[in-house]
Ligand binder design. Structure first.
Ligand code: GTP
Ligand code: MG
Length: 1075
């Protein structure tokens, strides 16, 4: 069977799949498949205590293939032997047989194929076995057999034997008589040596002995001259005997997961080899014996200890697949680009800093993995984007002068009054040459910083001799900044978490350290974090030591807890994957009920990603007193040495194309320098001036974002059409709104009102900014006070008051419009009474800032028809999608989401934790429930209701809202969350703990951070069930919370699979670009 078309085979895997398909294609035989009574999807036979009964239909004497698989059977149906006079193929897989049914013996004289895999066989009756004289294929895999009977030797026609996944320690001697055997699977057993019986099987073409503790191979393995496919994975081999090199027919060889340190010199005799897997061995040198294997198409050398690749590798001219990941390779030979047929090139996890020139020649490579290499040339984000980008970059570099500009974004984070601003002043101002901030002056001892001004950005030349600059972002610690802080967390930055050691105590760890780490980890997986403890001068020596140790210990605990939690979740996915999809879909009790393998694998990959991209927290905690110049100097030195670390910040050591530098300069030149933001297209035009075509702009912009020069959110579908280059103006404006201080706000407003009259008399008012009626100062102050109160309580401000607040930032008349647009774009507020694109007709525009909403529940009057979705019983059916966040909830996600949904809803009413609104005429509720301890994580749910026949209207109402949330969550690639569809029946009953059907998918990892991500594209996050078609022929699904209760399938699956169009309108530009 390996035979005729093996010339085309690409991998053993493919070959095996083809063989499997061939087995299924017994199309010219008369077939019958029987299921146990009541065996419709939605009920679970396997979990029921009573074995189901099958009754054979009458007149089945002509049946040639009978499939009784997947029925939970312990016995075959009565009369099986006598009724099936023509039977040739019998499939009994996935049942509960503990022995071979005696009736099978009656079929012996005509049966050619028998499949009893995945049962509970612990013994084979010699009598039944010897009756099966005509058998050609026998599958006994996945049973509990400790031995095989000698009578097996009587099955002289046997061609294929699968006894894998049993408990065999030996094979019967008689096996050596089966001279027609062509395929044998004995993998995953308990063999302790290579079975000599197999050496007699001269016709053997395929052999799998993987996962047995063979420890060595006999010299006379050379007897297996017909062998084409050989699996020896995980067999504890340390060397190969020279006889092995006589297996001249070998085409595919799996030798992975052994202890091989070298290959025998004669290995090159295996000239027919097309596929060779040597992954997970102990090879320190690339085996020279491979180089003459000119027919090799696939070569896997992952997870060895290779340090280099010989340039003669170019001799493997037929190579399609080359995996070299997780070795210690420092560079690639230039000749590698001659392997122009390559389709898969996997290099991740090595020490490669520079890629050879002319990489563009490898244009066929579709599978390209390069993450976790200290790449300098081309820069990491270029490499991550793929070969065409590398080719373009290399071309560009050839045409432009390189420019070096070491610059690193440094973020100071931490609880309020932790000492961030003071630290920034001390670090940057003490050295005159280091002061680029302009406003900072040399002073010592340091003057106390002014009252928190909010978020601030300054430049600090930390090492003038090397020209090393930090762009320091001082992220104010007050809660009110939570909603804007995430915009500044970007990949490739150095994070400094500041803790006030004087006020620190172990109980305060979660608020002062733990939550910040979670936040950074969720936004920027794999970020580098230093912990700095301030106020050291106020602590005794012992106190200092104890507190630093406690922080260190609690960080380790939190990390361990999170990693273990993720591993457990990954394990559940693994277990679900190990069960067939059919099995998973048979029972709503099963974990990941109804979730497709593809979605599960995606989820698994995401867990793996989360586990591999934990924060890089540098220990120990660095204590410092802002009053001690020596300690400050030590901290400076430490930060510099971290920044200088090539493997952590390769960015800083690389050569950039001149065009990138020109692009940067152009962004900060008038007239665009004054603009509040640029559209992607504006930026692209500057790119053209710099000599950068559109396709190369993205890399340049993400570099500028990472190094702190501007904000460009390539991961946010909502924001990636804009480039925020005017950082200082942007931050000043944001600070105005997020300094939650009533007196300060009032002060600003009063300042703003001075001179109002003049503006009016110049006729500058517009309908959007209808000014307040002129009145006495006192009256005005009261009025303004009223606005401030309304703002801080309900997040409401009219446009003319916003204008007063922003007065210092407004130069031209249209500025206010622009500023409001900016705030809306960033998702910080929405206009309450302005429908998109429609003028206001003279009335005042009111803006709502959801992060300020204080009232616990929305005003009920807006919720006209609906009653409480949480408790009361409904005539209508309820639909509720629940997102749950077991580790951390992104700060202010609910507030941002509140803005994001505004274009989809009408008649909304906002509470601090809940929004009531309508989509058309259909009511929707969005609710946020903060975590209560570990058992009840944070949840965000989107609900609606409708009568059963109209339930599609509810689906239609919530689907765009679900999509908006998924889009927002893409900004948090390191976040874990789950999505479920709550059982409508449980909700109706008012159950406090309704059953949750999986409706989710991995937390939608989009593009990872160019610096630390692995470049795997996050598919637009969508619900698992939400993205899967309704199972055919299933009308109802049992709710496991209440055994007999059935839920209509329309309440669990949307009418048609949701075609996610995350902000299709917003993606138009991108589509355009990609064309
Ligand atoms: N004694 C002493 N006081 C310090 C030290 N560092 C900061 N402070 C004082 O602590 C107070 C708070 O420091 P800030 O730098 O304003 O704190 P912050 O982290 O910027 O606070 P927010 O901006 O509100 O988040 C100020 O009065 C500082 O002078 C230190 O090392 N020793
Ligand atoms: Mg501060």
């Amino acid at each position: 069977m390996a035979g005729t078309d093996s010339g085309n085979l690409k991998t053993v895997r493919l070959w095996r799949d083809a063989a499997l398909r061939a087995r299924k294609l017994r199309s010219n035989l008369l077939q019958l498949t029987l299921s146990a009574a009541g065996g419709c999807p939605g009920t679970d036979q396997l979990d029921s205590p009573d074995a189901p009964q099958l009754v054979l239909p009458a007149n089945i004497g002509d049946i040639e293939v009978l499939n009784l698989g997947n029925n939970g059977l312990e016995e075959v149906p009565d009369g099986l032997g006598s009724a099936l006079g023509s039977l040739r193929v019998l499939v009994l897989r996935r049942n509960r047989f503990a022995r071979l049914p005696p009736a099978v013996a009656e079929l012996g004289h005509h049966l050619t194929e028998l499949d009893v895999s995945h049962n509970r066989l612990s013994v084979l009756s010699a009598e039944v076995v010897s009756a099966l004289r005509e058998l050609r294929k026998l599958n006994l895999s996945h049973n509990q057999l400790p031995a095989l009977p000698a009578q097996l030797g009587a099955l002289i026609h046997l061609e294929e034997l699968d006894v894998s996944f049993n408990r065999l320690a030996h094979l019967p001697d008689s096996l050596s008589c089966l001279s027609r055997l062509r395929a044998v699977d004995v993998d995953h057993n308990q063999l302790t040596a290579f079975p000599w019986q197999l050496l007699q099987l001269a016709a053997l073409e395929e052999l799998d002995v993987s996962s047995n503790r063979l420890r060595g191979l006999p010299e006379d393995i050379s007897a297996l001259r017909a062998l084409k496919i050989l699996w020896l994975s995980g067999t504890e081999l340390g060397t190969l005997p020279s006889g092995f090199c006589e297996l001249a027919s070998l085409e595919s060889l799996m030798l992975d997961n052994n202890g091989l340190q070298a290959l025998p010199a004669q290995f090159s005799r295996l000239q027919r080899l097309k596929m060779l897997n040597l992954s997970s061995n102990l090879l320190q040198e690339f085996p020279a014996a491979l180089l003459p294997l000119a027919g090799l198409e696939e070569l896997y050398l992952s997870r060895n200890q290779l340090t280099s690749v010989p340039s003669l590798i170019s001799g493997l001219g037929r190579l399609l697949t080359l995996w070299l990941d997780n070795n210690r390779i420092r560079y690639l030979p230039d000749s590698i680009v001659e392997l122009t047929g390559l389709e898969e090139l996997v290099l991740q996890g090595n020490q490669i800093a520079v890629l050879p020139d002319n990489f563009g020649q490898l244009s066929r490579v579709g599978l390209w993995k390069i993450k976790d290499n200290p790449l300098i040339q081309p820069p990491y984000e270029v490499c991550m984007k793929g070969i065409p980008y590398i080719a373009a970059y290399q071309k560009e570099l050839a045409h432009s002068q390189p420019a070096v500009q070491p610059r690193l974004k440094l973020l100071l984070m931490g609880y309020k009054a932790a000492g961030k601003t003071q630290l920034r002043h001390c670090l940057t101002e003490d050295r005159v040459e280091g002061n680029q901030g302009g406003e900072d002056k040399k002073s010592h001892p340091p003057s106390p910083p002014p009252v928190s001004k909010g978020i601030e950005v300054t430049s600090w030349t930390a090492d003038a001799s090397r020209g090393l600059r930090f762009i320091v972002y001082d992220l104010a610690g007050d809660d009110s900044y939570e909603v804007i802080q995430p915009f500044f967390l970007s990949p490739g930055a150095l994070y400094v978490l500041v803790v006030n050691l004087a006020t620190y105590e172990p109980l305060r760890f979660p608020t002062t350290v733990g939550s910040f780490l979670h936040r950074v980890g969720a936004r920027v997986p794999h970020a580098v974090v230093c912990i700095v403890g301030t106020h050291a001068d106020l602590c005794g020596e012992q106190e200092l030591e104890e507190k630093c140790l406690d922080i260190h210990r609690q960080i380790a605990l939190q990390e361990k807890h999170d990693a273990e939690g993720l591993s457990r979740l990954a394990q559940v996915v693994d277990e679900a994957l190990a069960r067939d999809f059919e099995l998973r879909s048979a029972s709503p009790h099963a974990a990941y009920y109804g979730v497709s393998d593809k979605n599960l694998r995606r989820r698994k990959a995401h867990f793996q990603y989360l586990l591999n991209h934990r924060l890089q927290i540098l220990s120990p905690v660095l204590p410092v007193s802002c009053r001690d110049p020596r300690q400050l100097q030590r901290l400076r030195d430490k930060l510099l040495s971290v920044a200088e670390h090539r493997e952590i910040f390769p960015n800083l050591h690389r050569v950039l194309p001149r065009s990138w530098q020109v692009l940067e300069e152009l962004h900060f030149q008038p007239p665009q320098a004054q603009r509040l933001w640029l559209s992607w297209w504006d930026s692209a035009r500057l790119g053209l001036q710099a000599g950068l075509t559109e396709d190369r702009l993205q890399s340049a912009l993400s570099y500028l974002h990472e190094s702190g020069k501007l904000l460009y959110f390539e991961d946010s579908p909502a924001l990636k059409e804009h480039v925020f280059h005017n950082l200082s103006r942007l931050i000043d404006i944001l600070n105005v709104f997020f300094q939650r201080d009533p007196s300060l706000l009032l002060h600003k407003l009063l300042l703003g009102t001075s001179g109002e009259g003049e503006a009016e008399s110049r006729g500058e008012s517009s309908p959007l900014m209808a000014p307040p009626a002129p009145s006495q100062d006192a009256l005005r102050a009261t009025q303004l006070h009223h606005y401030v109160e309304g703002f801080l309580l309900h997040g409401l401000l009219p446009a003319h008051v916003i204008r007063l607040l922003l007065k210092p930032h407004i130069q031209a008349q249209q500025d206010l419009q622009l500023l409001l647009e900016l705030l809306e774009k960033m998702g910080l507020c929405y206009c309450l009474n302005k429908a998109k694109g429609k003028p206001l007709n003279g009335s005042t525009a009111w803006y709502k800032f959801p992060c300020y909403v204080q009232n616990e529940v929305p005003h009920a009057e807006a919720w006209i028809n609906g009653t409480n979705l949480a408790g009361q019983s409904f005539v209508a059916e309820q639909l509720q999608i629940e997102y749950s966040f077991p580790f951390t909830f992104p700060p202010s996600l609910f507030a941002r989401y509140s803005v994001q949904i505004n274009s989809h809803v009408v008649h909304r009413s906002d509470g601090k934790l809940q929004i009531f609104a309508y989509r058309g005429k259909v009511p929707v509720v969005v609710s946020y429930r903060p975590a209560k301890g570990v058992l009840q994580p944070d949840t965000l749910s989107i609900a609606s209701h409708a009568s059963l026949p109209n339930i599609w209207t509810a689906w239609q109402a919530i689907t765009p809202l679900v999509e908006e949330l998924n889009v927002l969550l893409q900004e948090w690639p390191g976040l874990h969350y789950t999505v479920h569809i709550l059982c409508s029946k449980c909700l109706k009953r008012g159950s406090p703990n309704p059953h949750a059907f999986p409706g989710e998918m991995c937390s939608g990892v989009k593009k990872q951070s160019p610096l630390w991500g692995d470049g795997y594209q996050r598919v637009a996050a969508k619900g698992e069930l939400l993205s899967q078609p309704r199972p055919e022929g299933v009308a109802e699904i049992i709710c496991p919370k209440n055994g007999s209760e059935r839920v209509n399938v329309a309440l669990v699956y949307p009418p048609t699979p949701t075609v996610i169009s995350p902000c299709s309108k917003k993606n138009v530009g991108e589509k355009h670009r990609n064309q």
